[in-house]
Design a protein around this ligand. Structure first.
Ligand code: DGL
Length: 271
């Protein structure tokens, strides 16, 4: 998929596993003409419980694999990797790097009527303070409530996106947000868009949910257009998937994230 003109080269996307397919899904709907190479580091997922040093090392290995494929831009679909590694990646890679934190925070600032913003994500994302810092830079007066929600990832991977158990975990994690009447809640993890309905049911109509997958896709489109790298026209993009663990598992569970069957998946060893 190596094109000759810069604009015809593929976009590279990486995530710790399959969750980044929620970002991929938004990318293909907003940029249908783009070729995309997706790398899921399924052998080393989850990143959300690891130290920043480990996540940074993994992120560089993933990026270097994609850069070698001749990508024109890199999308860090993983919130955890974006939270801890984005500055290092931006300063050391030769292609534009787009993470999920800034687009999500900017959307929250735009949508928040009263400045009460909730942020949820993995432990590593929330503990890094990255969303909170970015949010404060954009909206200095924001009243921010943040909370790691580690059980959301396994629940989604089990396909438990609704039902009694899921709702009771949601209640346990989000009751403070609800009590403090956050008007905007950032879903700061690749898996959380799949819980959107259940979270919205609990939080109620007065809380706007920010899906960082949607926001990053809009940002990628904007940046590619601004730099003359956007590929438009009738030709549909081609997709290639690489995983560091089971191809079969990615096909089955990944299909659930994407909402449609996945093909063209290859195993790769990048460590
Ligand atoms: N992709 C991760 C994120 O968005 C969630 C899964 C993990 O912990 O690796 O933070």
């Amino acid at each position: 998929m190596k094109g000759t003109r810069p604009g015809s080269r593929p976009i590279g996307v990486f995530d710790s596993g399959m969750g980044g397919l929620t970002v991929f899904r938004e990318l293909i709907s907003r940029l249908p003409g783009e070729d995309i190479i997706y790398l899921g580091d399924t052998a080393r997922v989850p990143y959300g419980t690891r130290t920043p040093e480990t996540v940074i090392r993994y992120s560089f290995q993933n990026s270097s694999f994609l850069v070698k494929k001749g990508i024109k831009a890199l999308v860090v679909a993983c919130n955890t990797a974006s939270a801890v590694a984005i500055d290092d990646l931006k300063s050391r890679l030769s292609v534009p790097v787009i993470g999920v934190i800034e687009p999500g925070a900017r959307a929250a600032a735009r949508m928040s009527a009263g400045g009460k913003v909730g942020i949820i994500g993995t432990e590593a994302t929330i503990n890094s303070g990255s969303y909170q810092r970015t949010m404060r830079e954009i909206m200095p007066d924001a009243d921010i409530v943040s909370k790691p929600c580690p059980l959301f990832v396994p629940l989604v991977e089990e396909g438990w996106t609704s039902g009694k158990i899921t709702l009771s975990v949601i209640r346990e994690y989000l009751n403070t947000m609800k009590r403090r009447k956050v008007d905007t809640l950032v879903l700061g993890c690749t898996h959380y868009p799949l819980l959107k309905e259940a979270i919205s049911e609990y939080m109620g109509d007065d809380t706007v949910l920010i899906d960082s997958a949607v926001e990053v896709a809009k940002e990628v489109r904007k940046q590619l257009r601004a730099s003359g790298l956007l590929r438009e026209g009738k030709k549909k993009g081609k997709y290639a998937f690489f995983v560091t663990d089971s191809v079969d598992k990615f096909r089955v569970i990944g299909g659930m994230f994407l909402g449609r069957p996945i093909s063209n998946i290859e195993h790769v060893d990048i460590a």
